[in-house]
Design a binder for this molecule. Structure first.
Ligand code: ADP
Ligand code: MG
Length: 448
């Protein structure tokens, strides 16, 4: 057990003040840091009222602050001052500053307290990945080593990786673990080379019980870092230390990943996460809403689950907006209408990634014209209409300015684009067949 140094405590307060300006209170000066034991920091308040406030509003701020100031994974608890240290006492240094400074540079990712096993919904799509993570957290280095989890974005890889860390810390707080993005690993390595500090780099990465590297596909094409990681891997593996790798594709599909790494990544267990089916999506929505202290009617859950399909992060975006909308309208009941509104925004966000190229190829395909026609000067009707459709869609679905859009389609100016936009908009409102043709094109673009 040890106490935090005053300097570090000061940094925590500064962090909280800068990053959570809304929660700060004048009486924060009365707070006192207590014991730092097994990654848990106790902060003492002067009285019960402060304690209630801290517990309600400040947990996240102080967790982040402590982690930022120390570079360690620290959870924070608040307690009213009864046995805490008294004001004015000097704190013995828990960790020499040099050590802390090194840790802080490492830019370790912070663990999100919501990313625990209890909050993870399982279904056919992720059962193996989930079960293997649970198994690994209970038997580091022996259950499956390495454990390689892959799946596309937003399907819960990071959530699972962090859940392992939090479970391990909960059960055996003294475990030395590192959770970091591959990018951080790469940056540390480059920095270590520049500073001639490879020894301490190696020492650091090779003396952990559990190493979790997120987005390991980032190693693609980085030959020197791959070489270094190869040795890190071997050392840890030989000592039966647990390695968990998270990626967006299986080992063999990471571009130009050395063969010896591909084969090592396959030594243990490789588990894929697929996109969740409807029922799992519904269960995730319910879980997330409960976490936010809200309940949703069944029909709203179904509606959202059947519309927001691509990944869970998108689902969460919808839920966040939904909550915002409900709050905005004075705690309005969450019904289908509100859900539609939240989803509408989601669609608008999703459209930002549509490219003019996509629009052109969708239109050429359906109107039987050539790309060169769309971008050329010809004005015949058979070409003018698809060109106008392109301009209309580009205006609706991309962020380009009128001038840019005009430029794409044969160097026309912005008034031509405005004219096309108005014309197609009017026809859309009056010609049912034309309208459904447009909707079909828009649908295909959104699915891409
Ligand atoms: P990835 O790392 O695969 O891109 P994340 O782990 O960041 O995905 O997940 C994105 C969001 O979706 C997170 O908020 C996570 O909690 C949530 N999520 C993904 N899958 C699940 C699941 N099966 N149960 C609960 N939440 C999930
Ligand atoms: Mg991730």
């Amino acid at each position: 057990m040890s106490r935090l140094s005053e300097a570090v405590w000061g940094e925590i307060l500064v962090y909280v003040r800068n990053h959570f300006p809304g929660v700060g209170r004048g009486w924060f000066a009365q707070l006192e840091p207590g014991a730092l034991r097994s990654g848990r920091l106790v902060v003492y308040t002067a009285d019960e009222a402060q304690l209630t406030y801290m517990r309600k509003h400040c947990v996240q701020a102080f967790v982040e602050g402590s982690q930022a100031a120390t570079g360690r994974l620290i959870s924070v608890e608040f307690a009213a001052r009864t046995t805490g240290p008294t004001q004015g006492q000097t704190w013995p240094d828990a960790h020499p500053m040099s050590d802390l400074a090194f840790e802080r540079d490492t830019g370790l990712l912070r663990l999100n307290p919501d990313y625990i096993f209890d909050n993870f919904v399982t279904g056919a799509c992720n059962r193996l990945a989930h079960a293997s993570c649970v198994a690994v957290s209970q038997a580091l280095g022996t259950a499956y080593n390495p454990l390689f989890i892959h799946g596309s974005v937003g399907l819960g890889k990071t959530h699972l990786g962090q859940a392992v860390c939090q479970e391990v810390l909960e059960n055996s707080p003294a475990t030395q673990l590192m959770y970091l993005s591959c990018e951080t690993f790469v940056n540390h390595f480059i920095e270590a080379i520049e500073k001639g500090a490879l020894d301490s780099f190696r020492y650091r990465y090779r003396h952990v019980d559990l190493l979790v590297i997120d987005d390991i596909q980032f190693l693609a094409k980085r030959e020197r870092t791959q070489e270094e990681f190869f040795h890190t891997f071997n050392t840890l593996y030989q000592m039966q230390k647990q390695i968990i790798l998270l990626a967006d594709s299986p080992p063999s599909e990471i571009p130009s990943l050395e063969e010896r790494l591909v084969s090592r990544f396959n030594w243990g267990l490789v588990a894929r996460i697929d996109a969740p089916g409807l029922e799992t999506r519904m269960a995730i929505i319910q879980k997330k809403m409960r976490l936010r202290g809200m309940a949703l009617p069944e029909d709203v859950v179904l509606h959202i689950a059947s519309r927001a399909k691509s990944n869970t992060r998108e689902l969460e975006g919808v839920l966040t907006r939904l909550r915002g909308l409900a709050a905005l309208e004075g705690a309005a009941p969450i019904d289908l209408a509100l859900a539609r509104e939240a989803l509408g925004e989601a669609e608008a966000v999703a459209t930002q990634t549509i490219q003019v190229q996509d629009i052109m190829s969708a239109v050429t395909e359906r109107f039987g014209v050539r790309l060169s026609d769309l971008q050329g000067r010809r004005r015949s009707r058979s070409i003018a209409l698809p060109r106008q459709v392109c301009m209309y869609l580009a205006r609706q679905l991309t962020e380009h300015s009128l001038g840019e859009i005009g430029g794409f389609f044969g160097g026309r100016d912005h008034t031509t684009v405005l004219h096309a936009h108005r014309l197609i908009g009017q026809r859309r409102n009056t010609d049912v067949a034309f309208c459904s043709r447009l909707e079909e094109i828009e649908g295909s673009l959104r699915r891409n």
